[in-house]
Design a protein around this ligand. Structure first.
Ligand code: ARG
Length: 465
């Protein structure tokens, strides 16, 4: 491609005697990042050219030439990448400039009834739509991993925590499926965003619409949009679709960061609940014994950057008057960054969960320590002895204190010890004091009992198809 050179701008320089300064070019150029949606730019131009030809707005012959040349440019970009020229500002002008080199003055007809304002809004929507589809596929794959691992561990017992203190025994399968649920909501948020964004801004022109007899339904259909946007001012100024994406991404990354944090804690030596796989750990250059959970830490860290990207676009859009302002050119880097980080995070975390070895013996003994069946004892007193729960709670508190003093678990107390605390207790109580009995008893809908976990797995598999 020939350089566009100095002097006034070839695309808009009619009213200018001189060209922009080097600094002006530099601050103005977005080609460094918007080249990323050259495919969308070319697809939208092809749809526009075909519609202009069909409507008789430009000669059919020119429309045909434009379409063929756009295909050729796509081939060039595919093979060699987009050759960047800051004087040509952005991807829209790069494509148009190359088109002019290939077919001469007919290239100038493509921009009839169009502005870069509706062009960029269209390209970016198409790009975000494809990004959502990528994220959805990655999240679905991760959900499958969680369900498979949950099935292997539907009966494995671990401590359930509140305040990171042992609370009640749960099953590992149940714990993993909690993340399945988070991802289910994430996918639904992305799906909402996709449905809302799927309207075509093309044909809104600079801001006011156009005097040419466009067929906006046909470009919408050609680009897979459900309908044209309804208000041209809104269409060129709206970046809700990018914000919707970023907000869904930020929330999704929060979920990922929580699982990452749990893996980090679980992999630490005092916990030793998991051994992270070699493929997702790193060593230390000084401490030979180390196996660091770097990937999980980076997922945790990336969630901060993804939320930062979301806030960055919120700040860009806040208080902007209608319709287009150049500030909006800054909408793309945060979305691209967030998307790359999110895709990496989802895939790395899925890989970790798939290959992590769960040390189930260790989890079980941790569940047995810490008086995690205290609630079961209280529930038993309610059921078998008819006590009000608050009273039962008090009695169990004393039993815990006694067990603590004796250095045993609740199941290690003699029945006589328990009867000294409350004569209503008898030896049947031991049936509920083991961690297995505890988790098996939690059969309420959505509860941790292995049977309920298997129900949840069945429902998940139905949804995943
Ligand atoms: N590169 C610009 C952007 O990303 C394209 C739109 C330019 N529009 C304009 N009126 N200068 O926002």
């Amino acid at each position: 491609m020939t350089k566009s050179g100095g002097g006034s701008n070839v695309m808009w320089g009619g009213r200018f005697a001189g060209g922009p300064s080097a600094l002006m070019r530099q601050i103005n150029a977005s080609i460094g990042f918007d080249k990323r949606f050259w495919r969308q730019d070319i697809a939208a131009s092809k749809a526009h050219a075909a519609m202009l030809g069909a409507q008789g707005i430009i000669p059919a012959e020119d429309a045909g030439q434009i379409a063929a040349a756009l295909d050729r440019i796509a081939g060039e970009y595919e093979a060699d990448g987009v050759p960047e020229d800051q004087a040509l500002e952005d991807i829209h002008m790069h494509v148009e400039h190359r088109l002019a080199e290939l077919i001469g003055p007919a290239a100038g007809r493509l921009h009839t009834a169009r502005s870069r304002n509706d062009q960029v809004a269209t390209d970016f929507r198409l790009w975000v739509r494809a990004a959502i589809d990528e994220v959805d596929a990655a999240l679905t794959a991760f959900q499958r991993v969680l369900v498979a691992r949950a099935e292997q561990h539907a009966e494995s017992v671990m401590p359930g925590f509140t305040h990171l203190q042992s609370a009640q025994p749960v099953t590992l399968g149940h714990h993993l499926l909690a993340y399945y649920e988070m991802l289910r909501r994430d996918r639904s948020r992305f799906a909402d965003a996709r449905a809302r964004l799927n309207e075509n801004p093309l044909g809104s022109a600079a801001l006011a619409g156009t005097s040419f007899p466009l067929d906006r339904d046909s470009t919408a259909a050609a680009l897979g949009f459900d309908r044209p946007t309804a208000n041209s001012l809104d269409a060129v100024s709206d970046r809700d679709f990018a914000l919707d994406y970023l907000m869904a991404a930020a929330q999704c990354s929060l979920h990922l960061s929580r699982l990452a944090e749990e893996l980090i804690i679980w992999a630490s030596q005092p916990f030793a609940f998991v051994s992270l796989p070699d493929d997702f750990s790193t060593g230390s250059s000084i401490m030979p014994q180390k196996r660091n959970p770097d990937a999980a830490e980076l997922v945790r860290g990336h969630s901060g950057r993804i939320s930062g990207a979301m806030v960055s676009l919120v700040m860009t859009m806040k208080g902007l008057p209608l319709a287009y302002s150049k500030d909006m050119q800054d909408d793309k880097p945060p979305v691209f960054e967030a998307h790359d980080l999110l895709m990496l995070s989802v895939q790395a975390l899925a890989g970790m969960v798939e290959k992590t070895r769960f040390n189930t013996d260790r989890m079980r003994s941790a569940a047995e320590a810490g008086f995690a069946t205290a609630t079961d004892l209280a529930d038993w007193l309610v059921r078998a002895a008819g006590l009000p729960f608050r009273e039962a709670h008090h009695i169990v508190g004393r039993a815990v204190k006694l067990a603590e003093d004796k250095g045993v678990g609740l199941a290690g107390l003699a029945v006589a010890d328990l009867q000294a605390i409350d004569p209503l207790i008898d030896s049947r109580v031991f049936e509920v004091l083991t961690v297995d009995a505890s988790v098996r008893s939690r059969t309420s809908y959505g509860g941790t009992a292995p049977d309920r976990v298997r129900d949840q797995i069945r429902r998940a598999r139905d949804m995943l198809g």
